[in-house]
Write a protein that binds this ligand. Structure first.
Ligand code: 6PG
Length: 271
């Protein structure tokens, strides 16, 4: 059963609460499919920036299912990543790994042209010892060359899919991150000590969320309940401060937050 509340207050995101992670993944698959279909109808192509972590796995399984595989015009879809760990693509902790294993799997996968898959160039950066900043700058240049740009020069993704961390991070933008307020579209990030995995990262600047046509944030599990309530119902904090909540960058009307009941248990009641 689904309890849904998608009413948008001005400046605030829609929030929908689902009974369990399965219902959340079902709804996310519907929303992502709709957004990809709409973008292809509108401009002949859809650019999705997806996320890492464990949360999107159920979504990818559903997108690869027969019903959705036929509905989404995959030949016109491009997949990007909002951030990644600084490891090669075939490393199990790479954010690309889940898409490669589930969505592009040769038995169950979708017919996404391989040159429409845009991983961060971590493999080359590591092999040639070019470093995370080179990797980030190269990816930023690729995004600027491939995507429409908004008046501020930011690439416009049709859909940005996000998760949040227990410290209130999104992308690899942690509280106090130098990405916040920086003019750089993408940055290398030293390995975080306070959250796992302790690996260096590469990330887009959260300013890409200002330009994105649509944002979907997926949150599951009781361990996220407290931070989710602070992000969505608490005061808007300076995201650049050490006790700020970068995930509040996605507390905007262009975003839909899809959460399961465990994660949503401390949210204020919504009409
Ligand atoms: C990463 C992510 C990060 C992630 C959240 C949620 O590379 O770690 O992009 O922002 O989405 O930490 O992760 P889980 O889904 O594993 O809880």
């Amino acid at each position: 059963m689904t309890e849904a509340d998608d009413s948008h207050s001005p400046g605030e995101p829609g929030v929908a609460i689902f009974s369990d992670p399965e219902a959340l993944a079902d709804a996310a698959a519907e929303r992502v499919s709709d957004a990809l279909v709409a973008a292809v109808e509108h401009r002949g192509r859809a650019d999705l920036a997806t996320t890492g972590g464990s949360t999107p796995a159920g979504l990818y399984v559903r997108l690869a299912s027969a019903a959705l595989r036929q509905r989404v015009p995959w030949a016109d879809v491009h997949v990007w990543w909002g951030d990644d760990r600084y490891v090669p693509r075939d490393h199990p902790l790479s954010n690309v790994f889940g898409v490669d294993e589930i969505l592009l799997d040769e038995v169950h996968g979708v017919l996404l042209p391989l040159d429409h898959v845009h991983p961060w160039p971590t493999g080359r950066a590591i092999a040639e010892d070019l470093g995370p900043d080179w990797c980030a700058d190269t990816y930023a240049a690729e995004a600027r060359a491939e995507l429409p740009l908004d008046p501020a020069g930011l690439p416009v993704f049709d859909l940005v899919l996000l998760g949040i961390g227990p410290d209130g991070h999104l992308l690899s933008v942690f509280p106090g991150s130098p990405a916040i307020g920086s003019g750089r579209l993408a940055l290398g990030v030293p390995a975080p000590i306070h959250v796992e995995p302790h690996l260096p990262r590469v990330t887009f600047n959260p300013s890409i969320l200002e330009a994105a046509a649509e944002i979907i944030v997926m949150v599951a599990g009781a361990s996220k309940a407290d931070v989710l309530a602070r992000i969505l119902d608490g005061p808007r904090l300076d995201p650049g401060s050490a006790d700020g909540l970068p995930a509040q960058f996605a507390r905007r009307s262009s975003a839909s937050w899809l959460v399961d009941a465990a994660a949503g248990s401390q949210l204020r009641p919504r009409a």
